[in-house]
Design a protein around this ligand. Structure first.
Ligand SMILES: [Zn+2]
Length: 83
């Protein structure tokens, strides 16, 4: 099932102390910059996989276990966080 980046809001709110969907990612694959909310999100993968809306490369992966959240950001060269 494909969703948009807003599907990441609840899980990322536990990792970051604010809503990250407004943060701007820069895709490592194509250089596209856009709000996390614009990512194309796929589940279950066993977690959430956010793909670039321009090139479809994986920008981030988020996997929850009962006591941990694993966040992989290797598909983004930069994440700009609003203050
Ligand atoms: Zn891209």
């Amino acid at each position: 099932m494909e969703l948009d980046g807003n599907a990441l809001a609840g899980d990322l709110r536990e990792v970051f102390a604010f809503d990250v969907t407004g943060a701007v990612f820069t895709c490592a694959g194509c250089g596209h910059a856009g709000a996390v909310a614009t990512l194309r999100v796929w589940e279950p993968a066993p977690g959430l996989v956010g793909r670039c809306p321009e090139c479809q490369d994986v920008v981030l992966r988020l996997v929850r276990t009962p006591d941990r959240v694993f966040l992989c950001l290797t598909g983004t060269t930069r994440l700009e966080l609003p203050l």
